[in-house]
Write a protein that binds this ligand. Structure first.
Ligand SMILES: CC(C)(COP(=O)(O)OP(=O)(O)OC[C@H]1O[C@@H](n2cnc3c(N)ncnc32)[C@H](O)[C@@H]1OP(=O)(O)O)[C@@H](O)C(=O)NCCC(=O)NCCS
Length: 172
């Protein structure tokens, strides 16, 4: 299994993978496309899992902001992650997330936030975000699905406010 940065030549296959992983729905594939074209895209945080020359997994991490009356902090949001349906539950998602968090640490990202399965992401250290003074208003998300991972010591003390997803998350 080769975990590497997505290249332009992978774009079509990655869109196809997202389509299949999300039940033949193209919302996530279109989201990937919009993020890639935006200034919130970080090329080295679009990561693929390749097996025998085939793209079998993809993780996209991109920039968003936590804002309050006084400040705006840049953070990273995780969305989407997709593993080929026939290869799920074999550790590919884990490899992608671990590599993604390692890269974020190198980039000195303070926090990674997401909306996701409450039984999946805590395996990687994600915890419900609202008790730390983080808020989400743009999406209806219950407390257990809105999660955060602290990558820089003390970041959860320093960064509080509303997570604001960029317009591209809403088709903009
Ligand atoms: C979610 C997804 C990316 C996980 O990838 P994966 O390769 O199947 O996950 P892994 O095999 O690395 O699983 C890691 C751990 O999570 C568990 N797990 C996998 N899918 C899970 C799920 N849907 N819910 C809860 N736990 C899950 C595994 O059992 C494993 O646990 P362990 O390490 O304790 O053994 C993949 O199932 C997928 O593409 N799903 C469809 C798209 C989707 O829903 N994306 C996420 C949106 S939030």
């Amino acid at each position: 299994m080769n975990i590497r940065t997505e290249l332009q030549q992978d774009y079509e296959l990655v869109l196809q993978l997202n389509y299949e992983a999300f039940g033949n729905r193209d919302d996530e594939a279109e989201l990937v496309n919009r993020i890639r074209r935006s200034d919130r895209f970080v090329p080295e945080l679009s990561i693929v899992a390749e097996q025998n020359g085939e793209i079998v997994g993809h993780l996209l991490l991109s920039k968003a902001d936590v804002v309050n009356e006084n400040t705006k902090h840049e953070v990273i949001v995780l969305a989407p992650i997709a593993v080929s349906p026939r290869l799920q539950k074999q550790g590919i998602g884990r490899l992608l997330i671990e590599e993604g968090m390692k890269r974020c640490q190198v980039l000195q990202v303070p926090l990674v936030l997401l909306i996701g399965h409450p039984s999946y992401y805590p395996k990687f250290g994600f915890r419900p975000a609202r008790p730390f003074g983080l808020e989400l208003k743009q999406f209806p998300a219950s407390d257990d699905v809105f999660m955060v991972l602290e990558l820089r010591d003390g970041a959860l003390n320093d960064i509080q406010g509303e997570l604001v997803y960029p317009a591209v998350f809403f088709g903009g």
